[in-house]
Design a protein around this ligand. Structure first.
Ligand code: AMP
Length: 309
């Protein structure tokens, strides 16, 4: 079946309800994106298609989460290619609304506040970014909520979810702070949705796929590889139960003149608070996230890896 494109919230609700009924489906998945889709997004979509009877993907470049107007203006827009990629993964519905459709009254007065968790790391360099991102994610999660009214006793999640269809939303671990915040928002504000984190998809040489990679020159792309190499070094040390020795990994990044490092640290995976110094000098034990962000040429890149030992 071919993918359908809808541009209004009413259209999305009507079509997703129709599909859920037509398929006698008992689960619905949502994949929020900003378009310019690549294999990372495709993996999110494929995972959602494996888990759910009906899958919606949104394509919306959210002005609320951009600091600089220039960054918003130059964000790549590739709708036709995006629709083809989503269709290939088996997504049922693509939702690509205008800014006016999502914010009919202009900028929303009331927003989600990301709090302390949103002020550090990416939030420190991009003030207001996560408030804007969570506000649109909250709206998208509402739009994608499956319609009630399925026949009783439908298999899968429907019975586990009080008779309602199961509802899941898919986010990449690539944006680790965003994922942690979306999980907290859903838990703190009782959103009736399961948040599913999907592992980071990388190019063969290790660079995490990103819609912004297309703005890197060849030399910058080569230089950017130092981010995933430094993370890999920490991962290898954690796997070998060795001290993480963050300083030597940091020195590797700083040896690359085209890379302007913003932050590089090892943090608790839920609170994103830096871990005690001892995980650097004594063998690493436990669970952590290593986070890195840097500017390479015109592009701000982020990456992370989960450490477990
Ligand atoms: P974006 O379009 O960049 O806002 O990303 C939409 C979703 O795709 C987010 O949940 C991202 O975390 C996820 N994503 C982006 N890049 C990757 C990647 N390389 N691997 C896995 N997920 C990704």
């Amino acid at each position: 079946m071919s993918i359908q494109l809808v541009t209004t919230v009413a259209g999305l609700r009507a079509e997703s309800a129709r599909l859920l009924g037509a398929k006698r489906g008992s689960s619905q998945g949502l994949v929020p994106t900003m378009g310019a889709l690549h294999e990372g997004h495709a993996t999110l979509a494929r995972t959602a298609v494996e888990h759910n009877d009906v899958v919606l993907a949104s394509i919306f470049v959210n002005p609320l989460q951009f600091g600089e107007a220039a960054d918003l203006d130059r964000y790549p827009r590739t709708l036709d290619a995006d629709l083809a990629l989503l269709e290939e993964q088996g997504v049922d519905l693509a939702f690509a609304p205008s800014v006016e459709e999502v914010y009919p009254g202009g900028q929303p007065l009331v927003r989600i506040t990301s709090g302390r968790l949103g002020e550090k790391w990416e939030g420190a360099s991009r003030p207001g970014h996560f408030d804007g991102a969570l506000t649109v994610v909250a709206k998208l999660l509402h739009y994608g909520t499956p319609a009630a009214g399925l026949p009783a006793g439908t298999p899968d999640g429907a019975s586990a979810n009080g008779g309602l269809p199961a509802y899941r939303a898919y986010f990449g671990q690539k944006d680790a702070q965003q994922l942690a915040l979306v999980r907290r928002m859903a838990a703190d504000l009782n959103f009736p949705v399961e948040i599913v984190g999907v592992p980071t998809v990388r190019a063969a040489d290790g660079l995490a796929l990103s819609s912004r990679n297309r703005f890197l020159s060849e030399a910058e792309r080569d230089a950017a590889l130092v981010l995933s190499r430094a993370l890999r070094l920490l991962e290898e040390r954690a796997n070998a139960h060795e001290p993480l020795d963050l300083d030597s990994a940091l020195a590797l990044v700083e040896s690359q003149p085209l890379v302007e490092l913003d932050y590089f640290d090892v943090v608790d995976p839920d609170t994103l608070e830096p871990l005690a110094e001892n995980c650097r000098e004594t063998p690493f034990r436990g669970e952590a996230l290593a986070l890195i962000a840097a500017k390479v040429g015109p592009v701000r890149l982020i990456d992370n890896v989960r450490l477990s030992s």
